[in-house]
Design a protein around this ligand. Structure first.
Ligand SMILES: Nc1ncnc2c1ncn2[C@@H]1O[C@H](COP(=O)(O)OP(=O)(O)OP(=O)(O)O)[C@@H](O)[C@H]1O
Length: 230
């Protein structure tokens, strides 16, 4: 039987100290205080950084053999083309995908994200939220198995951030790893990781993880209100 998971083995890297840890297939959110090691972990998972000690496997394959998509905190800084269509199609052109196939894929992803109306617009004229969606389209157009999101929702309003998450859940990407400060988003993940001082302190279903965080500012505001109202 095929084992679907990300397997972190004996990671000692910068601030990170993670013995053995498995992330299941699906939508995972990572939360934790500033400096707890979230971005350091995402850099290892995206292949931008190689672990000083330990290994990362995805479905028993080495991380470097996996097609990974990445959206940073300020995605607009990565935009390079003048037209949105050219920006979204660029990863396919860079990998020599034939023209018709690349255009069809670009249209399909734009439909999925609800941004077909932006395709012939100039990238510099987009709003911050629109730029975030275009960067997301660039990241998923080449069908990554693993998609890393390093707080791209920090500049999005709540409804837009929620839309981004629900679209990604439908995108067919096996693993989405989303670092976020938005606890209303984190509580709807399939799997939640709470980091502290380079270690994974709590993990599991969001309800289970948040039970351990009731007396902290991480506990979702809506749940706190529900508790007060009864
Ligand atoms: N080579 C290193 N060895 C040990 N610690 C390091 C090294 N390089 C950076 N750090 C520290 O690791 C910590 C974790 O940084 P990281 O950016 O991963 O945190 P984060 O949880 O993403 O924080 P934020 O929420 O503020 O973005 C920082 O305090 C940083 O100074």
């Amino acid at each position: 039987m095929k084992v679907l998971m990300i397997d972190l083995q004996n990671i000692k890297h910068k601030i990170l100290d993670i013995d053995n840890f498995q992330i299941p297939k699906g939508y995972t959110c990572i939360i934790g205080e500033n400096g707890s090691g979230k971005s350091t972990l995402l850099n290892l998972l995206s292949g931008m950084d190689l672990s000083e000690k330990g290994s990362v496997y995805v479905n028993r394959r080495r991380i470097r053999d996996i097609n990974v998509g990445y959206v940073p905190e300020c995605p607009e800084r990565q935009i390079i083309f003048e037209l949105v269509f050219d920006e979204i199609i660029s990863p396919l052109r860079f990998s020599f995908v034939i023209s018709d196939e690349a255009s069809e894929k670009t249209m399909a992803i734009s439909k999925l994200l609800g941004i077909t109306h932006l395709l012939d617009k100039k990238t510099f004229a987009l709003s911050g939220g629109e730029k975030a969606f275009v960067s997301l389209a660039v990241a998923i157009v080449s069908s990554p198995e693993l998609l890393i999101l390093d707080e791209p929702d920090s500049h999005l309003d709540f409804d837009t951030a929620g839309k981004l998450m629900s679209v990604l859940k439908k995108s067919g990407t096996d693993y989405v790893i989303h670092c976020t400060q938005n606890m209303e988003i984190a509580k709807t993940a399939d799997f939640l990781i709470y980091m502290e001082k380079g270690r994974i302190k709590f993990s599991g279903h969001p309800e289970t993880v948040f039970k351990n965080l009731k007396n902290t500012n991480f506990f979702p505001v809506m749940w706190r209100l529900e508790e007060i109202v009864g």
